[in-house]
Design a protein around this ligand. Structure first.
Ligand code: RAM
Length: 340
């Protein structure tokens, strides 16, 4: 079955999650829909597995739904379908900051709680954002890695996901703002932001194009798990001197991570993926149960993850922040690859 057919079936019928529970959970019988940015991306599959596990442990029925493409239009179709099914909550990773607003407002007007994870729609489109690692913290880590791998001077480029991706654009904006505000970074130059659309082949082609266009390119930073894996393979297979960093899944980066010339990526970042799925589920359930409304200053306990306080996000909406970005390098890559 090709990808399009699978996606269409996923849009048409809420599958992939099932109800369980024989005990009294905090969300018995509640229906939650988890919406990813795109199908076929291991990142969302890993996050969804822990979301489903945590949700089902509380008695919720979780459905995981993917749009046909990584676009806002495709997510609007998914949302239309979901709204007609009246789940108790939707938790979405947005493909666009503003384009989902009307649909998500419609959902909230109908009494459906709206949380977002991974990639936030604007402040009016959600009640809360579950932020994996803090936008500034991710931007700082990535910019410092570019500076370090460039040896403190020279050209670097960014290989992003789609041009509309809310999360990638927020991280890139944070990188640019930090670079502008600190003289230290004036010796490194961002030459281009390219878009691989979270598709492996397009990301590979964009990597090749960057190398051809900028023969002196020292670093590519790919803040997308799909992009970094594709770039890692291309750079390594071609013995390129250009180094790579960004955000990746350790399980997809093991063979490319190393300090020597034989490896394309000395180190990269991500966050606790299982924690992201679990915190997203438990925050969504806290919204359903009206333990929180998503307002600044509210606190709640997310099971064994501990206590969380809702804070104001960079975009003026609210968020809970899971933790800090985690660095993956030759020392820990093998161990972390077993987890995600
Ligand atoms: C890709 C997606 C996702 C992002 C990761 C880092 O899998 O774009 O939204 O958070 O990369």
């Amino acid at each position: 079955m090709n990808k399009k057919v699978v996606s269409t079936i996923l849009v048409g019928a809420m599958v992939l999650g099932t109800a369980t529970t024989a005990f009294a959970g905090t969300a018995d019988g509640k229906k939650i829909a988890l919406v990813g940015k795109s199908a076929g991306n291991a990142f969302f599959e890993i996050a969804a597995a822990s979301f489903v596990e945590a949700g089902e442990a509380e008695g919720a029925e979780v459905s995981v739904v993917y749009p046909e493409t990584a676009t806002a239009d495709a997510q609007i179709k998914v949302l239309d379908n979901l709204i007609s099914q009246q789940p108790d909550a939707i938790c979405i990773a947005a493909n666009d900051v503003n384009a989902l607003q009307a649909k998500l407002e419609e959902a909230m007007d109908e009494g459906i709680k709206v949380a977002s994870f991974d990639s936030a729609p604007n402040a009016d489109s959600r009640q809360i954002f579950i932020n994996q690692a803090g936008t500034q913290a991710v931007g700082q880590a990535l910019l410092d890695a570019c500076y370090d791998l460039a040896g403190g001077e020279g050209q670097y480029a960014i290989l992003s996901a789609t041009s509309q991706a809310a999360n990638q654009n927020a991280w890139i904006d944070a990188m640019k703002a930090i670079a502008e505000s600190d003289e230290k970074y004036s010796t490194i130059e961002l030459v281009e932001v390219a878009y691989g659309d979270d598709e492996p082949q397009k990301s590979t082609d964009q990597t090749a194009a960057l190398l051809e266009k900028y023969p002196d390119l020292k670093v590519i930073c790919a803040p997308t798990t799909v992009g970094i894996a594709a770039a890692a393979k291309y750079l390594q297979d071609n013995g390129s001197a250009c180094k790579l960093t960004g955000l990746g899944l350790p399980s997809e980066m093991v063979e490319y991570t190393g300090d020597d010339d034989a490896h394309s990526c000395p180190y990269f970042y991500l966050w606790d993926m299982q924690g992201l799925g679990k915190l997203s589920a438990l925050t969504t359930i806290a919204l359903i149960n009206e333990e929180i409304t998503g307002a600044e200053g509210e606190t709640f306990t997310a099971g064994d993850l501990g206590d969380y306080t809702i804070t104001v996000a960079d975009d003026g909406g609210t968020e809970v922040v899971l933790g800090l970005p985690l660095e993956f390098n030759p020392e820990n890559i093998e161990e972390m690859a077993k987890l995600y």
